[in-house]
Design a protein around this ligand. Structure first.
Ligand SMILES: [Zn+2]
Length: 484
């Protein structure tokens, strides 16, 4: 049987505001447990929430980046449930009036075509605290501790649209999540560090026979925080559901957990529906009316988005699109390129040097571009030296390595290692004569019309110059000497 796969994402992203969503406790992921708490974020009776304006600004910024409609009126609602990391017994979230709705995010789909994934809503809520178990395995834990530092950290929830342009494969799911993370980093609302739990996903999956309009029952896999886990969980779940349907069975609507060690999903509980949470408007917080100029100001000061950055690199610097895509994957790399482009005329060469050589060195030493020991001015100097033929490409690579390891300038490495190319014709001629005299058999072949041994002779002269001659010039010289 042939199936359509329908995948939905609820992505939770911790915003990088200085303080929490409803109190002025700082947000700091490295602080000691329970050192950043107060009566509001620990849910003491009578404590009242005060909304963080910056968090609302970031939410609107995210909504605009995802081409959403920003609602003029929105409000917070209480989502009631019990869990030890939720001291109030409810989470302040948004229900019927989120800040942003009906958007889209353009990705490249499996067939290489652009595809605008539907975004249902973008809302703001508070994060819960964190349980720390005494053992990695929950079953083996003797006790669990709770850390409320994370309680009330602003959390963005981005929900894809089930009906309008849903995700249709594991490949599209990955492309979506990558583009979403890239976009949120570009607009600087979150670092989206998945290892720190700053970006976590609930993913739901359903299958239906091809051509059918009705949706199958969905299973939801909770709380995944790595691309690898999400990819594996999706593959497993698609195969599991396919097997059940083909065997004549029925898919239950349920919440499942992905076991990363065993690479499979396990049932957790039957999935709650909205009525289970008894949502109601939070009486401690007023309805929020966003003034037009508040939204307009955010719109006007929007940072560049990934697609705009690609277009700019292609348009302004005439780069191939593939290069522009690689350079803009990380906004800081695009910034590094732009900073170098101020000093470098040959932008295509610059781009190749960043993509091939700088990326290789960064990867080798596990550094991010922000930690790159070669500043843009220094890198530009090197690229210019190669462009002006002051050093060969090959030497340029050695020079870059030295610059990278020792934090020195291109000029000083070139001077120190005596790498300036040999330009003096007399010296070159003398070396060519030496090589010809040492290789009479080879030169005879060239005189007889064979061109193959040329490379060998050039190589011999290059050896004598320790790579400091221009091979094209040498070829010309040798030819003149031998063939006149
Ligand atoms: Zn607090």
């Amino acid at each position: 049987m042939d199936f359509d796969v329908i995948i939905g994402f609820e992505t939770h992203v911790e915003l990088k505001t200085d303080s929490k969503l409803f109190c002025d406790c700082p947000v700091d992921y490295d602080a000691l447990p329970n050192t950043l708490i107060c009566p509001v974020c620990t849910g003491q009776p009578g404590a009242l929430p005060v909304l963080n304006k910056k968090a609302v600004e970031y939410t609107v910024r995210a909504g605009l980046a995802l081409k959403c409609t920003v609602n003029r009126l929105s409000r917070f609602a209480r989502k009631n449930y019990f869990y030890p990391d939720l001291p109030k017994g409810y989470q302040i979230s948004q229900y019927d009036k989120p800040f942003c709705e009906e958007g889209r995010l353009e990705i490249t789909s499996g067939d290489g075509q652009p595809y605008a994934v539907g975004i249902k809503r973008v809302h703001l809520e508070e994060d819960a605290g964190k349980l720390v178990h005494s053992s990695d395995s929950f079953e083996a834990s003797e006790f669990s501790l709770v850390d409320y530092n994370r309680s009330c950290v602003p959390l963005l929830e981005i929900v894809t649209d089930h009906e309008k342009n849903p995700l249709r494969s594991t490949l599209e799911a990955r492309a979506y999540l990558e583009k979403l993370r890239q976009t949120l980093r570009y607009i600087e609302v979150s670092d989206c560090n998945m290892e720190k739990g700053q970006l976590r996903c609930d993913v739901n999956i359903s299958l239906r026979p091809k051509g059918s309009k009705a949706y199958g029952n969905r299973s939801e896999i909770k709380n995944m925080a790595s691309f690898k886990a999400i990819g594996e969980a999706l593959e497993y779940e698609i195969a599991r559901q396919r097997g059940i349907i083909e065997g004549g069975g029925e898919i239950f609507q349920e919440t499942r957990l992905f076991d990363e060690a065993k690479h499979l999903t396990l049932p957790m509980r039957s999935k709650e529906d909205a009525p289970d949470y008894r949502y109601f408007p939070d009486p401690d917080l007023l309805e929020i009316e966003l003034p037009d100029d508040f939204v307009d100001n955010i719109r006007r000061s929007m940072p560049e988005l990934p697609d705009q950055s690609v277009d700019r690199l292609v348009g302004q610097y005439n780069l191939p699109k593939e290069d522009a895509l690689l350079l803009t994957r990380d906004k800081r790399v695009a910034g590094y390129f732009s900073a170098c482009a101020l000093f470098v005329q040959d932008r295509q060469r610059l781009s190749r040097w960043i993509i091939k050589d700088l990326f290789r060195l960064l990867k080798k030493s596990s550094l991010s571009i922000a930690q790159c020991p070669v500043p843009p001015e220094g890198f530009s100097e090197l690229v210019n030296a190669v462009t002006r033929d002051e050093i060969t490409e090959k030497m340029g690579r050695q020079v870059l390595e030295e610059m990278f390891e020792r934090g020195v300038s291109a000029g000083s490495v070139i001077a120190e290692k005596d790498l300036k190319p040999i330009r003096d014709l007399k010296t070159l001629e003398r070396l060519v004569d030496e090589v010809i005299a040492e290789n009479l058999q080879v030169t005879a072949k060239i005189r007889e019309g064979s061109t193959k041994p040329m490379d060998y002779l050039i190589g011999q002269v290059m050896k004598k110059t320790r790579g400091k001659a221009n091979p094209k010039e040498l070829a010309k010289l040798i030819q003149e000497k031998l063939l006149g």
